[in-house]
Design a binder for this molecule. Structure first.
Ligand code: ADP
Ligand code: C5P
Ligand code: MG
Length: 208
């Protein structure tokens, strides 16, 4: 009925929620390979990939009024208020024209999860959980080389703590609803994708 969020959610084609989109949440610790595997899923299964972290970094670059706040939170490995991230996700979903989304790196905490459900009414079809030991994630992050301000050992440690304290409970929540598809992410990229494919393929007739 006329809340700001609902108004923002309305585009020329109505709200994204009216399309009853398929949403898969892609979770896992920092450096577990979420973005890498999402790129493969997009290619094979026609999903649109929305990384919450990428959307937040783009918002900083765009010179938005929230830019400085977001930048400071990312530097500290903290989770940006849900309102900000959900608006960015809704806008990206609306603009994509697609009705199948991989939402990567979200929900990161209970607040993210509950707010997304309340605002959009969308429940994920399932949750991919890339399970990877910290030592391996740390190695990957330290050699990622994308110029990210949070890929330094000090921030990485903070991000690992936030993952354990705030993000794992979200995964446990969905596990309680039998929605988690846990994947051993400490393997070569292609091996992991074989496992991922088997999860998506039966649900998608267009799969190769
Ligand atoms: P996330 O999005 O979960 O933070 P990325 O997909 O960005 O993780 O991967 C982090 C880094 O690790 C990147 O440099 C990527 O190329 C590399 N990487 C991703 N998957 C693997 C893998 N299975 N084995 C080794 N390196 C990987
Ligand atoms: O997923 P990614 O590693 O790109 O996220 C980078 C940072 O973006 C996180 O450490 C966090 O500071 C911020 N973020 C957030 N809320 C999300 C996803 C990412 O605040 N849902
Ligand atoms: Mg990523």
């Amino acid at each position: 009925m006329g809340t700001v969020v609902e108004a923002a959610n309305k585009g020329v084609n109505g709200s994204i929620t009216e399309k009853n989109p398929t949403v898969v949440f892609v979770l896992g610790g920092p450096g577990s390979g979420k973005g890498t595997q999402c790129a493969n899923i997009v290619e094979h299964f026609g999903y649109t990939h929305l990384s919450a972290g990428d959307l937040l970094r783009a918002e900083i670059k765009s010179g938005s009024e929230n830019g400085t706040m977001i930048q400071n939170m990312i530097k500290e490995g903290k989770i940006v208020p849900s309102e900000v991230t959900i608006k960015l996700l809704q806008r990206a979903m609306q603009e994509s024209g697609n009705d199948k989304f991989l939402i990567d790196g979200f929900p990161r905490n209970e607040e993210n999860r509950a707010a997304f459900e309340n605002v959009t009414g969308i429940e994920p079809a399932f949750v991919l959980f890339f399970d990877c030991p910290e030592e391996e994630m740390e190695r990957r992050l330290l050699s990622r080389n994308q110029g990210r301000e949070d890929d330094n050992i000090e921030t990485i440690r903070k991000r690992f703590n936030v993952f354990l304290e705030s993000s794992l409970p979200v995964i446990n929540y969905y596990d309680g609803k039998a929605k988690v598809r846990k994947i051993d992410a400490a393997r070569p990229v292609q091996d992991i994708f074989e496992t991922v494919k088997a999860i998506f393929a039966p649900k998608n007739e267009k799969a190769d």
